[in-house]
Design a binder for this molecule. Structure first.
Ligand code: SF4
Ligand code: SF4
Length: 93
């Protein structure tokens, strides 16, 4: 099992130093996780450290299911339904 960083990554570097297996590397576009060395922090920490420190909702997902570790609203506290409603209201103006 491994996690994956997607295009939402803003290259803030926060996750790099907390990874116990040095699995997070920089690429031209954004950071990526080496799936062959990522352990999801099992045996080292209770929670995946990269997802615990990442400030961007949805940027780190389960590799197989693409399920975000920090889903929309989980960090900001703003329900995604409210964001969608405000966006729709602004588009209608
Ligand atoms: S889940 Fe843990 S081992 Fe895997 S990339 Fe994130 S910090 Fe590193
Ligand atoms: S903490 Fe999140 S946004 Fe920052 S570099 Fe890592 S994956 Fe990207």
């Amino acid at each position: 099992m491994a996690l994956k960083i997607n295009d939402l990554c803003v290259n803030c570097w926060a996750c790099v130093d907390v990874c116990p297996t040095q699995s997070i590397v920089q690429t031209r576009k954004h950071f990526v996780i080496n799936p062959t060395t990522c352990t999801e922090c099992e045996g080292s920490y209770e929670d995946p450290q990269c997802a615990s420190i990442c400030p961007i909702e949805g940027a780190i997902v389960e590799q197989r299911t693409r399920k975000p570790l920090n889903p929309p609203g989980s960090l900001t506290g703003i329900p995604p339904e409210l964001v969608a409603a405000v966006a729709a209201e602004m588009r209608a103006r």
